[in-house]
Design a protein around this ligand. Structure first.
Ligand code: IPE
Ligand code: MG
Length: 236
């Protein structure tokens, strides 16, 4: 395999992924949606391992949004169960790869067992020094911003002293760089309240591939496309 520096013109420091299309993947096969989610979570593990081979220091996945609560109870419960199982079965593999897990979102409101599974995955990998893996779970971008504002109102920071850098340090993603590349699978071209602050200057990559089918070649295509973008950040 060519080294990643030969293969791509430049690599993003932070890739954010909206892994969409699990339900449609299952429906297309006449399977229950839940099997699509199971295929999706296994693909997530595969892709984490693959991306980890590149010098990409931050990857964040959109797992469950604050709006996903409106789905049928059975699907919500099923998703929570899948995550608990995932932590049970795969946390060690992730830990062995020196990957550090960050929870991006709100623990409050989640079932106690799921809260402990998430806490366990964060605690267990806390001292790891490799790739940072953000898992957005019970996450909403607007909620994140409101939450930061509320904390600032009771902080000692004076309004005149508040700048973007300080504000960002109150977000769930504190200490993580802005998103360079946002990938959304599943043929939808919207952000859906995901990292709305952190994607202000991101490059967007949309594909109609459904998440469980999204493989190594597809991520390479996204990274190649990213390497060709001319990022100007408002300059010339
Ligand atoms: C994405 O797949 C996973 C989550 C939002 C949890 P979907 O469940 O949105 O799949 P589609 O869009 O119905 O195919
Ligand atoms: Mg969807």
């Amino acid at each position: 395999m060519k080294s990643s520096t030969e293969k791509f013109k430049s690599l993003p420091a932070h890739v954010a992924i909206v892994p969409d299309g699990n339900g449609r993947w299952a429906q297309k096969r006449g399977l229950p949606r839940m099997l699509g989610h199971r295929a999706g979570i296994l693909n997530m593990l595969k892709m984490i391992q693959y991306i980890n081979e590149y010098p990409i220091p931050f990857v964040t996945f959109y797992g469950f949004s604050t709006e996903n609560w409106t789905r049928p109870q059975t699907e919500v419960k099923g998703l929570f169960g899948l995550v608990e199982k995932f932590v049970e079965e795969h946390l060690e593999e992730i830990h062995e790869r020196n990957i550090k897990i960050r929870h991006i979102g709100r623990l409050q409101g989640l079932p106690a067992v799921l809260q402990s599974a998430i806490k366990k995955s964060v605690e267990h990998t806390r001292s790891n020094t490799g790739m940072v893996l953000g898992i957005a779970w019970n996450y909403g971008g607007r909620t994140e911003i409101v939450n930061a504002a509320a904390q600032l109102m009771t902080s000692k920071i004076k309004p005149g002293a508040l700048d973007e850098k300080t504000f960002a340090s109150y977000l769930y993603t504190a200490g993580m760089p802005d998103v360079d590349l946002l990938i959304r699978t599943g043929d939808e071209t919207r952000l859906s309240n995901f990292l709305i602050w952190q994607t202000a200057y991101s490059e967007y990559y949309f594909t109609d591939v459904l998440w469980p089918d999204f493989g190594k070649q597809d991520i390479d295509l996204a990274l190649t496309a990213y390497g060709k973008r001319n990022r100007r950040f408002g300059g010339l």
